[in-house]
Design a protein around this ligand. Structure first.
Ligand SMILES: [Zn+2]
Length: 397
């Protein structure tokens, strides 16, 4: 369960009012009954009845077998038990297409999107179905199969990786870089790093919530506001995070520079380039009210010096894991390797901490891609999988 407290936290479930919940339930049942009146007899609850998840899985199987009407019935029943499942609404939409009812399908896809705004698949389907009022306007079977395969591939990537017992690290802090009056890097046409980072982290969190429900997530910020670097790690420390992932987009004076790199914390930078990136990411310090007290070192600081080297070593292991996965899943981006430097945002983390630089906003073509949701979703998918890797394997602090 996500924690509530003084820091923003990802909520596992929407707090839906009873009337909205009931309306969804009635709608689900109504849509299913319209296609399969026999369902009315089958909805009586009993102790041995299948769960909403069983029914949704059954619906998915029927869908794969091309049995649209039966899939509609099973999914309708699943949704009457669990009306907040965006995933099941998406499946029901596909079942209605198969059963030859595009209007109902569109309603279902729109429901899926309203429950999960990051569900780009349902969004796309709602638009496609909306464009064609009759069946000939629907996506062709080949096209549909492509879309289905994409959705299937996404599910399989995460398959069997999501439950609590699968993770060594359960609590993960996700930190979208910059925010508020600190825009971070700015692209040639004005796209801001703070906005891209926030959107990618939100998408990552949404993917993890769906596919890795065993993880407990903290977002250091979920809106566009300024957060001091030290507050980000303090939030993660207070949350008791096992892993800290700060997400950024890089910039360079050379317009052609592009690619992905992962950092961990060290006293000395591993290269001049790493030094430059850390200097740029530490620039937010200028906005912070840092009390300089020369010559005064707290006992806590001295003790933490011993402790932090363990976290930094573990950060190196986590960074290698993350970089390997990002490079694999983002083939369009050059592998710029793992580096280390003195990042203020990582420095006081009491856990392995990494900082990801996912592409260069200063690269004109990359900036254009980063404006679109497809690139952001692609990066979020890679980051989510990297988080799953690190959380599954863990790294010795
Ligand atoms: Zn940044």
């Amino acid at each position: 369960m996500a924690r509530s407290g003084c820091f923003p936290v990802v909520r596992r479930r929407r707090n839906m009012g009873v009337s909205r919940r009931k309306a969804l339930k009635d709608l689900a049942l109504g849509l299913a009954l319209a296609c399969w009146p026999g369902l009315a007899r089958a909805t009586g609850a009993g102790s041995g009845d299948p769960s909403a998840m069983d029914l949704a899985m059954q619906g998915q199987l029927l869908l794969a077998q091309g049995r649209g009407t039966e899939a509609v019935a099973a999914l309708g029943k699943a949704l009457s038990l669990e009306p907040e499942s965006g995933w099941a609404w998406g499946l029901l939409g596909r079942a209605h297409i198969l059963a030859g009812d595009p209007d109902q399908a569109r309603t279902c896809f729109l429901m899926a999107v309203s429950l999960d705004p990051s569900d780009t698949y349902s969004q796309m389907m709602a638009e496609q179905v909306g464009r064609g009022s009759a069946l000939p306007g629907l996506p062709g079977q080949d096209q549909l199969e492509d879309l289905e395969q994409q959705a299937q591939a996404e599910r399989e990537r995460f398959a069997m990786q999501g439950h609590a017992q699968d993770f060594v690290f359960r609590r993960v802090a996700l930190d979208p870089g910059h925010g508020g009056f600190d825009p971070g890097a700015i692209g040639p046409t004005g796209l801001k790093e703070k906005d891209v980072a926030l959107d990618i982290v939100r998408r990552t969190a949404s993917l993890l919530e769906r596919h890795a429900p065993g993880l407990d997530l903290l977002l250091t910020r979920h809106e566009d506001f300024f957060l001091p670097l030290s507050a980000r790690t303090a939030a993660a420390n207070q949350f008791g995070a096992d892993l800290f992932v700060s997400l950024h987009v890089n910039a360079a004076t050379r317009a052609g520079a592009n690619g992905v790199e992962t950092y961990f914390c060290s006293e000395q930078a591993s290269s001049a380039g790493a030094e430059r990136v850390a200097r740029s990411e530490n620039r937010a310090l200028q906005y912070e009210d840092v009390q300089a007290s020369p010559g005064l070192v707290s006992i806590e600081d001295i003790l933490f010096r011993f402790e932090r080297t363990r976290y930094w070593r573990a950060g190196a292991g986590a960074a290698a894991m993350a970089q390997a996965r990002l490079v694999e899943l983002l083939p369009g981006l050059e592998n710029r390797g793992v580096h280390s430097a003195n990042f203020v945002v990582l420095r006081k983390a009491r856990m392995p901490a990494v900082l990801l630089e996912t592409g260069f906003i200063s690269h004109p073509r990359e900036e254009a891609r980063l404006r679109g949701t497809a690139r952001r979703q692609e990066i979020a998918g890679a980051v989510a999988q990297a988080v799953v890797d690190m959380a599954r394997q863990g790294v010795e602090p």
